[in-house]
Design a protein around this ligand. Structure first.
Ligand SMILES: [Zn+2]
Length: 154
């Protein structure tokens, strides 16, 4: 899907902690260009691709955006984090659509089973599935995903 909107390259990015780069966003006469860090796991690359598609589709994301793995090493404007959150929400909705999740949560009382199903059906990491599941649960329910699970689902 991303390739319909952009020239996509997967390559090892030698700078530490970069998931991907999006170039030529909303530049007249130029097709966006996306670089995905090939060093990351397949599931992480998949989420990054959906995230970059968000930058391309969302009208006010312009120019060049570098996506860092570790937010603490980035000194950027407040807009950067707003854009990142918007692209993450876009990616989460694209890969784990809320109508489908709503039905899943209603029909699957065991959250661990629901989480596993999200990971398998949506091809997302345990962490991404956990965040998405947590965002859709009632306020009095907490779902936690441990790092071990993240490694196991890769
Ligand atoms: Zn981004």
């Amino acid at each position: 899907m991303l390739e319909r909107y952009a020239d996509v390259v997967e390559t090892r990015i030698p700078i530490r902690g970069i998931d991907g780069v999006c170039l030529n966003l909303k530049v007249p006469g130029k097709k966006p260009r996306v670089i995905i860090n090939s060093s990351n796991s397949r599931l992480r690359r998949r989420f990054t691709e959906a995230h970059e598609l968000g930058h391309i589709i969302i009208p006010w994301h312009m120019g060049t955006i570098v996506d860092h793995l570790d937010p603490e090493h980035v000194e950027s404007s407040d807009d950067y984090w707003v854009f990142e959150e918007e692209a993450n929400q876009f990616a989460a909705e694209l890969l784990m659509p809320s109508p489908w999740l709503g039905e899943l949560i209603e029909s699957t009382p065991n959250l661990s089973t629901a989480h596993k199903r999200i990971c398998e059906r949506c091809e997302v990491s345990a962490l991404a599935a956990s965040r998405r599941l947590g965002s859709l649960l009632p306020e009095n329910i907490v779902f936690v995903c441990q790092k071990d699970n993240e490694e196991r689902h890769r």
